[in-house]
Design a protein around this ligand. Structure first.
Ligand code: NDP
Ligand code: HSE
Length: 436
């Protein structure tokens, strides 16, 4: 049978992995897919750089649009990143009847609804396994493997760069900048690493997971995003003393009045498996009503791990492309006409528990005032530590863990605590999840 013909847009970290793995495993892939999978050409703007990445044998072009719409191409793999021209090229490929594979979570989080609607209209598949958690087949797992379930929540370490930085800072004592430079050298970081550090990359990914877990449109504008830039080592240390690790988590949860969708540094019990995911590794916990808790672990970035997911999509499309479009797996797991309009909750409506570090003057009654305010706002304390802040014996850090409450209540209580004369610095507030 004629081989499936692939166009690669971009010749960077992921594309070079795709080329290598396709070449290395071509016999096995042919046996899996039922026919060969062949790269017809690669589009790149810097030919010399591209040659270093993909070798000398494949055809190269700088005409991205020409390749994306070329008549003899069956699947376009968009491995460039960014919004434009990736969006324009993907839409042009779809309109030209090509199936699309993309690793571009930013594009899907922002323009997924438009892209999936166009794909639906033109009867083509858009596959995006590599866009979330690199080499972990989490999209397929949630969309297909867990299809029986009403998903309750998804929580994941879905950015390798920040996990690598947090692990290096905690274990090796290296500073933030050194850890980031190493993550960049290893090819984990985005072209713009602020996307990693500020939680934006994780927000792109949890937005996509939210859509396929709950059958809602992709809504990047509704996600609450907080990165690790301001995280202090003191809080990592205090969290450990209380039996917790701090991880940058993407969380989406079905609540009574809507869906929670958030990314922030999160305390999780050190005894949870996911708390022990270190370095650039990713892990996603999915809680379903039938299956219970499931954990997916693996490399969330890097050339060949990401290529593993891109090629899995190429194989899937090769197997399914002759199927009637009506009978294919829906892009967003639920039938396009059956997407729900469940609202994404604003942060004040979210329920979670908290870690507070309050830097206070060390005098009688301070703790009583703080706990009194928390009690007035209906908050119950789970654990408490007091530690000298290192300045002198007149100042101290009070560290509190609360039980679950509404974020709005915490906002109100914190405003009052912050206004106390005895509170000497901005209160550090981190969220805590037990992930039961
Ligand atoms: P790279 O920067 O290594 O490669 C991108 C390629 O696309 C390069 O050839 C680059 O050219 C080209 N390119 C980028 N922008 C343009 C443009 N505007 N016009 C023409 N060519 C362009 O990126 P990665 O391979 O790391 O990432 C590719 C995609 O995969 C991104 O969406 C990323 O988020 C995603 N991804 C990456 C992972 C990873 O581990 N790296 C993991 C999971 C997903 P040039 O070299 O000239 O800049
Ligand atoms: N920059 C991303 C990360 C790459 O660090 O996880 C994988 O999407």
């Amino acid at each position: 049978m004629k081989a499936m013909r692939i166009a690669l847009l971009g010749a960077g970290t992921v594309a070079s992995g795709v080329v290598r793995v396709l070449q290395r495993n071509q016999d096995e892939l042919c046996r899996r897919a039922g026919r060969g999978i062949e790269v017809v050409a690669v589009a790149a703007r810097d030919a010399a750089k591209a040659r270093r990445a993909i070798g000398e044998t494949l055809a190269l072009t700088d005409d991205f649009m020409g390749l994306a719409t070329r008549e003899d191409v069956d699947i376009v793999a968009e491995l460039m990143g960014g919004i434009e021209p990736a969006r324009e090229l993907v839409l042009a490929a779809i309109r030209a009847g090509k199936h699309v594979v993309t690793a571009n979570k930013a594009l899907l989080a922002l323009h997924g609804n438009e892209i999936f609607a166009a794909a639906q209209e033109h009867g083509v598949m858009v596959a995006f396994e590599a866009a979330v958690a690199g080499g972990i087949p989490i999209i397929k797992a949630v969309r297909e493997g867990l299809a029986a379930n009403r998903i309750e929540w998804v929580a994941g370490i879905i950015n390798g760069t920040t996990n690598f930085i947090l692990s290096s800072m905690r274990d090796k004592g290296v500073d933030f900048a050194t850890a980031l430079a190493e993550a960049q050298r290893l090819g984990y970081a985005e072209a713009d690493p602020t996307f990693d550090i500020d939680g934006v990359d994780a927000a792109h990914k949890i937005t996509i997971l939210c859509a396929i877990a709950f059958g809602v449109p992709v809504q990047f504008d509704r996600v609450h995003v907080q990165g690790i830039r301001d995280l202090e080592t003191a809080d990592i240390r205090y969290a450990e003393q209380l039996g917790y690790r701090i991880k940058l988590l993407g969380i989406t949860r079905r609540a009574e009045d809507g869906i929670e969708l958030r990314v922030h540094p999160t305390l999780i019990p050190a005894t949870r498996l996911v708390a022990n995911v270190e370095g650039a590794m990713n892990a996603v916990v999915v809680q379903g009503d039938a299956v219970g808790s499931t954990l997916f672990y693996g490399k969330g970035a890097g050339s060949e791990p990401t290529a593993s997911s891109v090629i899995a999509d190429l194989v899937d499309i090769t197997r399914l492309h002759t199927a009637d479009p009506e009978h294919r797996v829906p892009h967003l797991a639920f039938q396009p006409g059956a997407l729900a309009d469940t609202p994404i909750l604003a942060m004040p409506q979210v329920r979670t528990s908290y870690y507070l570090r309050i830097h206070v003057r060390d005098e009688a009654g301070v703790l009583a005032e703080i706990t009194h305010i928390l009690a007035e706002h209906g908050m119950s304390i789970d654990a408490l530590l007091q530690r000298p802040s290192g300045e002198d014996d007149q100042h101290t850090d009070v560290i509190l863990l609360t039980h679950e409450t509404l974020e709005q209540r915490m906002d109100q209580a914190l405003a009052r605590i912050q206004a106390l004369d005895t509170v000497l610095a901005p209160v550090v507030r981190l969220r805590k999840e037990e992930l039961r």
